[in-house]
Design a protein around this ligand. Structure first.
Ligand code: NI
Length: 176
């Protein structure tokens, strides 16, 4: 079990573009995937992208079930997504609150497409091709943004809807 140091907003590495993975099922890739899950779970993340632990490769993982940082959201299946693509299947966009392990303690209201198709590969090179909506679609868009050096505060349209979670939602217990 290896919990990696998380890069935080302000670190220029988070603004860089990641490179595609070219070889699957290598010891290095399998270790990276394990490190991502260990780190995500240690901090109750819904997802995490490789650049957040300083690795500029197109690898994200996510997994949501009863996450205390996102109460009441629909579950999202545990997924390893490598070299992802996203197509928007509707022009409909909705706002919802997001956080990020690289922006600790904060939340912002972020517009995202509601209905997407995403593709990619797992760590063994097996193809993934899914059509999803709602919170699942939001998590995929958030994580894939990291691969282009985009953090969610850059997507916020109304900066009055950005702040510390314990100030925005004083009645909720989790503050990370
Ligand atoms: Ni994030």
């Amino acid at each position: 079990m290896t919990i990696k140091k998380l890069l935080r907003i302000g670190d220029p590495v988070l603004l860089q573009k990641s490179e595609p993975v070219e070889e699957f099922n290598t010891p290095e890739l399998n270790q990276l995937v394990q490190d991502l899950f260990d780190t995500m779970e240690a901090f109750d993340g819904a997802g995490i992208a490789a650049p957040q632990i300083g690795v500029l490769q197109r690898v994200v993982v996510f997994d949501v079930k009863n996450n205390p940082r996102y109460p009441g959201r629909d579950p999202v299946p545990r997924t390893i997504l490598i070299n992802p693509t996203i197509d928007y299947l509707s022009q409909e966009i909705v706002d919802d609150w997001e956080g990020c392990l690289s922006v600790p303690g904060m939340r912002g209201l972020v517009p995202r497409h509601t209905h997407i198709r995403y593709t990619g590969y797992d760590q063994y090179g097996e193809k993934i091709d899914r059509e999803v909506t709602g919170f699942h679609a939001r998590v995929v868009q958030h994580e894939c943004d990291h691969l282009y050096g985009v953090l969610y505060p850059q997507r916020i349209k109304d900066m009055t809807q950005f702040g510390y979670k314990d100030e925005l939602f004083p009645d909720e217990e989790i503050t990370t």
